[in-house]
Design a protein around this ligand. Structure first.
Ligand SMILES: C[S@@+](CC[C@H](N)C(=O)[O-])C[C@H]1O[C@@H](n2cnc3c(N)ncnc32)[C@H](O)[C@@H]1O
Length: 436
């Protein structure tokens, strides 16, 4: 069977995200083997890009197409999104942008819509200026309204957060202290080392975090295969640092996959006995691969963190627990812009319930004087400060511990996505007082 062109694949992927609620990153992993190697970055750029600016493109289509394209014609709508994105945001010659999308419609057996697609894209090219003047009259959030309203309620600087979400994120590396110092590895990166990541006020872990000037394929990073570095956001690198794992301790990474934080724990305390738990068997494969690359050992368990009795012997208690709980992922929208369209407002209350359930269950398995670090990649107070406040109020032997972020001392830390920095992240460190 003939392979589909990159535009046809891109339109299909966008349809699956918007109408079937599938994750774009997961779809990309599935589709990659079916694409020519050179087409992968192209499809990635279009699909992630369309998700980033979807409302702007949808508005243009509304102005140009008399009747909304529904039902079976949704794929035609997605082809128009692909065409408009190329014209507006990519350096594709306009004749190719239009011609190739029209061709893609034929491959997808939508030849009866060739005229419509051709006509709409050509009309846009002719009247671009006046159409964009209408569309861009007001500042656009390119985010769902419910989310913008939630941000407005929580933060006076909500516009800054939205703008940062609409940017492309920098690539961060974490240097493995078992192999190299951060400074030595920075020298090996040469010009691609972003000097600004040296600035500790950027609020990143000073002894391992490196930001790159330009994203690169991991295969081009010095000694990547030998475990010298791991790709991990700058703010995410605080997790293992704040947990302060010690050799010989029994440590649980309770929501571990794909293992970014498990491996950091073992870089810091190679002799710690670490259990990496996750509810999703498939995702645990990535934990094994990451441990293997870094030549580390951890026990991997597939289980539910809210029901430890089902996978953990009675009486087993941990010195430290990292709870990187399932969350709305609203702090990493710039990396995964599809989150904006996959997440629904009603998901938040469900997630808050699940997080509380996991937190309460895991607390029972923490030793007296043990430490639990609660982390999310969310920027919503419901999942973060409010969740922890309510847990501390209702749990007699839970105490918040002060954390030190390069001199900023706080008991709860909300990071926001930052153009020259890390993603949105939340941390709270709890200690179990001896009073049981
Ligand atoms: C934020 S991700 C973890 C990222 C990981 N800590 C890292 O740094 O690579 C949350 C994880 O929680 C897992 N998860 C969701 N519900 C769970 C549950 N009830 N018990 C255990 N894991 C769960 C998901 O499968 C997902 O892998």
């Amino acid at each position: 069977m003939k392979k589909l062109s990159s535009r046809a694949v891109a339109a299909q992927l966008i349809l699956q995200v918007l109408d079937k609620g599938q994750s774009l990153s997961a779809l990309m992993v599935e589709v990659q083997p079916k694409l020519a190697e050179k087409d992968v970055p192209f499809v990635q750029e279009i699909t992630f890009g369309v998700c980033r600016v979807l409302p702007r493109l949808e508005w243009i289509i509304r102005l140009l197409v008399a009747k909304p394209l529904k039902g079976k014609t949704r794929l035609v709508h997605c082809l128009l999104l692909v065409g408009l994105y190329q014209i507006l945001y990519m350096r594709v010659p306009t004749h190719a942008a239009v011609g190739e999308v029209v061709k893609a419609s034929q491959e997808l057996k939508l030849q009866s819509f060739k005229g419509l697609i051709n006509g709409v894209l050509r009309q846009f090219l002719r009247e671009q200026e006046s159409i964009l003047a209408k569309v861009d009259k007001n500042w656009q959030t390119n985010h769902p309204e419910w989310f913008v309203n939630k941000l407005k309620k929580a933060y006076p600087n909500w516009r800054e957060i939205i703008d940062a979400n609409n940017e492309r994120p920098p690539m961060w590396l974490r240097v493995n202290a078992q192999h190299s110092t951060r400074d030595d590895y920075a020298v090996r990166l040469g010009d691609n080392f972003a000097k600004s990541s040296q600035d500790t006020t950027a609020c990143c872990v000073p002894d391992c975090a490196i930001m790159l000037n330009n994203p690169v394929a991991v295969s081009s990073l010095p000694d990547f295969e030998n475990g010298f570095v791991t790709v991990q956001d700058g703010h995410a690198q605080w997790s293992a640092k704040l947990l302060e794992p010690q050799n010989e301790e029994l440590i649980l990474d309770a929501c571990a996959a794909p293992g970014g934080k498990t491996t950091h724990i073992l870089e810091q305390a190679p002799q710690a006995k670490v259990i990496a738990l996750d509810i999703e068997k498939n995702r645990l494969k990535r934990v094994s691969e990451n441990l293997q690359r870094l030549n580390q050992t951890a026990e991997i368990i597939c289980g539910d963190a809210s029901q430890p009795d089902l996978w953990l012997e009675k009486g087993v208690m941990f010195d430290r627990i990292l709870l990187d709980v399932p969350c709305s992922a609203t702090g990493i929208i710039r990396r995964h812009p599809d989150i904006k369209w996959l997440r629904k407002e009603s998901d938040i209350a469900e997630l808050v319930k699940l997080q509380a359930k996991i937190l309460n269950a895991m607390w029972q398995r923490l030793k007296p004087n043990g430490t639990l670090l609660y982390a999310t990649c969310s920027i919503l107070p419901d999942e973060n400060s409010e969740q922890i406040q309510s847990f501390v109020e209702n749990t007699e032997n839970a105490k918040l511990v002060e954390m030190d972020f390069n001199g900023e001392k706080v008991t709860m830390k909300q990071f926001f996505p930052n153009a020259q920095g890390g993603d949105g992240f939340f941390y709270a460190k709890l200690v179990k007082t001896d009073s049981e």
